[in-house]
Design a protein around this ligand. Structure first.
Ligand code: AR6
Length: 183
């Protein structure tokens, strides 16, 4: 496993893979794996709201009372987290692959990066969207995540760093294998 790549870079931009808890990250923006009602939940979402405190939910309720469509993202402050922003991205629920899951997943990543750039974020941490409660197969999701982010960074030359913070060893390894295919 040590021979698998854990980073990719091009010009002044870089993708990194690390294993860990995303709520420990000190970055400009932490991306949340949210649901379309922005109602909170388990997984990354639960951890972010627990650690970030109630101001995050108070702000999203006020600013986005209709929630956020699948495949898109919205931004809020980060409460007590060591970040300036939380970007709430809504990935698709996996239904077998014929309900535009791939397009929706790519679009959730792209929209998150657009928001990050609009808000001047240079360091952005992502979890693996949709591969927990939403059941998206990790291998396919990792390929989409990395390709979408590489293409965005190549096109826009920012943000400077996208760090995937992968919770478990299996997801980390699957992302590293997908990164090897990409480079
Ligand atoms: N840091 C990094 N990754 C984590 C953490 C953490 N603290 N906790 C879990 N993961 P999930 P989804 C991993 O379920 O599939 C929620 O209830 C997890 O192991 O968080 O997009 C929301 O409210 C997995 O690899 O997100 C939605 O209703 C990945 O993060 C729904 O779940 C994503 O798992 C969203 O489901």
């Amino acid at each position: 496993m040590s021979s698998l790549p854990t980073h990719w870079s091009s010009g002044s931009t870089r993708i990194e893979l690390v294993q860990g808890d995303i709520t420990d990250q000190q970055v400009d923006a932490i991306v949340n794996a949210a649901n379309s009602r922005l109602a909170g939940g388990g997984g990354v979402d639960g951890a972010i709201h627990r650690r970030g405190g109630p101001s995050i939910m108070a702000e999203t309720r006020q600013k986005y009372p209709n929630g956020c469509p699948t495949g898109s993202a919205v931004i809020s402050g980060a409460g007590d987290l060591a970040a300036r922003y939380v970007i709430h991205a809504v990935g698709p629920v996996w239904h077998g692959g014929d309900r535009q899951e791939a397009e929706l997943l790519a679009s959730a990543y792209r929209r998150s990066l657009e928001l990050a750039v609009q808000h001047g974020c240079q360091l952005v941490a992502f979890p693996s969207l949709s591969t927990g409660a939403y059941g998206y197969p990790v291998e396919a999701a990792a390929r989409i995540a990395l390709r979408t982010i590489r293409d965005f960074l190549t096109e826009h030359s920012k943000p400077a760093l996208v760090r995937f913070v992968l919770f478990d060893a299996k997801t980390f390894q699957t992302f590293a294998e997908a990164l090897r295919e990409l480079i």
